[in-house]
Write a protein that binds this ligand. Structure first.
Ligand code: DLL
Length: 436
């Protein structure tokens, strides 16, 4: 496997120099943060009134955590650290679950972010020869514009299609010989299910790679996407508070996502106690932005659950790797007292070959008890087969789910195309328990 770099010196920097760089940048970020009313008050309470209060690398622990609620309270400009004239772009969250949050960027911030994306792309072995079709939405969502500018930096031919309009997407893939896709895991499976309807065969496409991210998914879903399209799929992680995509990305070895540690100080903490956890131990990811000037964010609690992998990657990058995101501190379902992550259910259904490309997790009340219903689409030829075959498949799925999550779910089999399709982030869980 060929390893290529966008910025070799920084990507393979030795750990001692990396820590020195992090300390220097952390001090600078504290100085920037102190320009905002929010951090001025928050840091003062913790005894930090200037960058010199951070003397050693470990001193980051003196800084209090920042949460999503803090960001909401700062809306619209409590975290703006530069004059508005220096801001060239802002991204806000949709605000569907409360007050929105906003992240501002200077020209240099956008440039740094695009460089990180270029690093990610080159790490997967893609080059200026590739045709890159961006199927993530453009606009406030960071997936579209985020990858766009990085891909242009690499010199790829960018097709800025954005999300949705499946038939047109497939047509463009065929007409322009798209080689790299940027897409959500749920949408790539949907695209595959529509190829035949569009009269397109796999041989008509030139697809080689896909960057999958923006929502949780399992290793089995990656394998499914890789097998169906005969491609390499790479995990891509990010969150809008930390710019968006480009926080962590897999290289050609696909064994965890390198976090760009010259830009992000990453910690894994016990979500209950806030204590740091060692490598290989799962906990909540906490990030500090080390270079952004318009909106500083220190020790931001992501609510994402993952761990940092031990050891060095064969690509020789020294930036450590994150495991797959296995859940969030806030998406955990408690079903009749049992903790279940939606990702555990996905893991099971996606490894069953008869299961198609879409599924849904529904929760209802049955008397005083919770009822879990897992709805899965199965390939149409099975529906035309023997009833006993369908029944035995249903039982098999039930059994495998019970073994994985301990509780007994009801399983419903659905025809292809009958469950809701999401062109952006999928909403897999329908929880009606509170309504009943
Ligand atoms: O989803 C940024 C992004 C765009 C990442 C495109 C990758 C590709 P937000 O809308 O702020 O930003 O949502 C961030 O999505 O905290 C995770 O819970 C989840 N997420 C993102 N990537 C992954 C992934 C973008 N690879 C939230 N695996 C994060 C699991 C992911 N979850």
């Amino acid at each position: 496997m060929k390893t290529s770099y966008w910025e070799k010196e920084i990507e393979t920097i030795d750990r001692t120099s990396l820590k020195k760089l992090q300390l220097k940048r952390l001090k600078e970020s504290v100085a920037v943060a102190l320009k905002t009313p929010f951090y001025k008050a928050r840091l003062k309470k913790a005894g930090i009134t200037g960058p010199d209060d951070i003397k050693h690398w470990e001193d980051y622990k003196k800084i209090p955590f920042t949460t999503k609620d803090d960001l909401r309270e700062c809306y619209p400009n409590g975290l703006l650290a530069v004059p508005m004239d220096d801001v060239v772009r802002l991204h806000t969250s949709s605000g569907t679950t409360g007050t929105p949050t906003v992240i501002y960027h200077t020209k240099k911030d956008i440039d740094n972010w695009s460089d990180l994306i270029a690093r990610c792309i080159v790490a997967t072995g893609a080059t200026e020869k590739d045709i890159f079709q961006n199927m993530m939405s453009y606009g406030m969502f960071t997936g579209g514009l985020g990858l766009h500018y990085g891909a242009e930096k690499v010199g790829m031919t960018v097709i800025p299609m954005g999300g949705g309009n499946t038939k047109r997407q497939i047509q463009l893939m065929k007409d322009f010989g798209t080689t790299v896709l940027h897409i959500t895991p749920s949408y790539i499976l949907h695209i595959h299910s529509k190829l035949a309807e569009c009269g397109v065969k796999l041989e008509d496409l030139k697809l080689k790679k896909a960057y999958l991210g923006a929502e949780p998914y399992s290793e089995n879903t990656r394998k499914k996407a890789e097998d169906l399209f005969q491609i390499d799929a790479y995990n891509s992680y990010g969150l809008s508070e930390m710019n968006g995509p480009g926080v962590a990305f897999e290289c050609v070895h696909k064994c965890g996502m390198h976090v760009w540690e010259d830009t992000y100080l990453v910690e894994v903490i016990d979500p209950k106690t806030g204590e740091s956890l060692p490598e290989e131990k799962e906990g909540e990811l906490v990030f500090t932005q080390l270079v952004r000037r318009a909106t500083p964010l220190l020790r931001y609690r992501s609510r994402d659950i993952a761990c940092i992998r031990k050891g060095q990657c064969a690509c020789k990058r020294t930036h450590r790797r994150l495991s797959r995101i296995t859940g969030r501190t806030d998406d955990m379902l408690i079903i009749n007292g049992v903790n279940v992550y939606p990702s555990q259910i996905e893991e099971v259904v996606m490894r069953i070959p008869e299961v198609g490309t879409n599924y849904q997790i529904c929760l209802e009340k049955e008397g005083t008890l919770d009822k879990l219903i897992v709805k899965v689409e199965i390939y149409s030829k099975l529906f035309k087969g023997e009833l006993s075959e369908v029944d035995s498949l249903k039982n098999r799925i039930k059994e495998e789910l019970r073994a994985a999550i301990i509780i007994h779910p009801a399983v419903e089999l659905h025809e292809p195309g009958s469950l809701p399709v999401f062109e952006g982030k999928a909403k897999r869980v329908v929880d009606n328990r509170a309504k009943l």
